[in-house]
Design a binder for this molecule. Structure first.
Ligand SMILES: [Zn+2]
Length: 497
């Protein structure tokens, strides 16, 4: 298959359109997402949580007897993780448990040297809940959450040529596992959900995509093809929000091909290999119960009282959906615009700050230009190192008529690239201010004189020739003039003479 036909096929699946009229395809996807929480220390010991460090620490330097699983050591639960889990539960409309405990999930593997992982199985910290996304038909769709539980991350295995190393820095990082019902009908919906989930987690401050913290998902995919139901396939090890759509699209097409050849996809567990872009069969699926969960006697039963939950609920920040609705109402924004401006909480805050100093229209325009610039550099606003007041200063200068659109955008770009305020950038690059462009009419007259053929073209009815003349004036003023004003003066000048 050529790469373009593959993309087309993926798009067909993503938009849930059968690629052929005689095919009736149903896709059902559920996700289990593991989020590494941002805490100072690990889940059961006082070792530093490595995810917030700027650089990955040297292997096996953030470890102690507890997270190395030495005999005789006892885990002590990090209360902050329980608070964060309840915050997430409330933000996802789930019910926190009143009473819960930890269990040992027994397995033998070098990434977990106690031979069990401490997790929650019988009673998760929360259950139920939902996240609203935009479904494939563009209407709002609620994705149901089945359960949310806390567990410890295992160690990291580093595979080398012919041998494997173990790094226990990761052992004991607090994870939140969020499990959905199989409510997604396409890979695109799964991606929309993950993006929304990340947004909510970042609003809550429990996860930060600009740190080393990761978000990984396992997916289950069941398909029906012309009334024939395939068996459920588990797809493991999908990192991040972008990869989810790619991995799922691959898997959907793989199963579709099995159906088209007259087969039925069988129950199995596959691993996604993001470097190669394919999934590979790991094993025929074992059941969760086969792991053998037992109550962990080292950790006490957790009783969570209403007051504790109420206090956390009372301190929840305004969440993306609420903020979007408020922006629409308060600033008269269209839904899509409000959605863009609330995708990142720091951007939303900046926008509101701008609105206090400049018109809403200019605040919207320049926040969107900033987002475009950051996007180009694959950067979040909080990584850019630009204080809000630099943006306020720039947009104010624009609104006061100091700089044209073109120059303002260039200053903004340089601000992001060089992490310097407007005054430094303007001085360094000698950007012309509209206020000292000089006599605009004189410059325009000069351009008209020097470009007779374009002028004649315009007069002969080729109105688009004026664009060339505007361009020449902009060049003369080094982009400092306001192109709209230049066009107005040019038009009146040309129509007169
Ligand atoms: Zn430790």
């Amino acid at each position: 298959m050529s790469s373009s036909s593959r993309v087309e096929a993926e798009e067909n699946i993503a938009t849930h359109t059968p690629s052929n009229k005689n095919e009736n395809i149903t896709v059902r996807i559920g996700l289990e997402t593991h989020v590494q929480l941002i805490t100072r220390s690990k889940l059961f010991c006082s070792c530093k949580n490595p995810v917030t460090l700027k650089e990955e620490p040297a292997p096996n330097t953030l470890v102690c007897d507890v997270c190395l699983g030495m005999p005789g050591t006892k885990p002590v639960l990090n209360k902050r993780v329980v608070e964060q889990a309840i915050m997430v539960a409330l933000a996802l409309n789930a019910d926190p448990a009143k009473r819960t405990f930890f269990s040992r999930k027994t397995y033998f593997y070098p990434d977990m040297n106690k031979n069990y992982q401490i997790t929650q199985y019988e009673i998760p910290i929360a259950s139920g809940g939902w996240v609203e996304i935009e479904g494939d038909d563009s209407s709002k769709k609620k994705i149901r959450i089945r359960r949310i539980h806390i567990e410890e991350d295992p160690a990291k295995l580093v595979h080398r040529d012919g041998y494997t190393l173990v790094d226990y820095n990761r052992a004991g990082i607090p994870l939140l596992e969020i499990v959905t019902e199989p409510d997604f009908s396409s890979p695109r919906e799964a991606r929309a959900y993950l993006q929304k989930l990340v947004q909510i987690l970042e609003y809550l401050g429990v996860y930060d995509s600009t740190t080393q913290a990761t978000i990984k998902s396992d997916a289950n995919i069941s398909m029906e093809y012309n009334g024939i139901a395939g068996e459920r396939v588990e797809l493991k090890n999908i990192t991040g929000t972008r990869e989810i759509e790619r991995a799922l699209s691959y898997e959907v097409i793989r199963q579709l091909n099995v159906f088209r050849r007259g087969g039925v996809p069988s129950r199995e567990t596959r691993a996604w290999d993001e470097n190669v872009g394919v999934s590979k069969s790991l094993r025929m699926k074992e059941e969760e119960e086969e792991y053998g969960y037992i109550f962990d006697p080292d950790l006490p039963v957790i009783e969570i009282d209403e007051n504790f939950i109420g206090k956390i609920g009372g301190n929840l920040p305004e969440l993306p959906d609420e903020k979007r609705r408020r922006f629409m109402q308060q600033y008269g924004l269209k839904e899509k615009t409000a959605e863009s401006l609330t995708a990142d909480v720091e951007i939303a805050d900046l926008f509101e700050k701008l609105c206090r100093s400049v018109s809403v229209k200019n605040a919207v325009t320049w926040t969107l230009v900033l987002m475009k610039t950051l996007n180009y550099h694959s950067m979040k606003y909080r990584e850019a190192g630009i204080p809000d007041n630099w943006m306020v200063e720039l947009v104010k200068a624009y609104e006061d008529g100091c700089y044209s659109d073109v120059v303002t955008e260039e200053i903004l770009r340089k601000m992001v690239e060089e992490k310097q305020p407007m005054s430094v950038i303007v001085e360094k690059y000698k950007y012309p201010s509209l206020k000292d462009v000089g006599n605009l009419e004189e410059i325009i007259r000069k351009v008209v004189k020097g470009n007779r053929s374009a002028v004649e073209d315009y007069k002969a009815g080729r109105k688009e020739a004026i664009n060339f003349l505007v361009g020449q004036v902009m060049k003369e003023t080094r982009g400092g003039a306001d192109p709209k004003k230049v066009r107005e003066i040019l038009e009146s000048m040309l129509n007169e003479s």
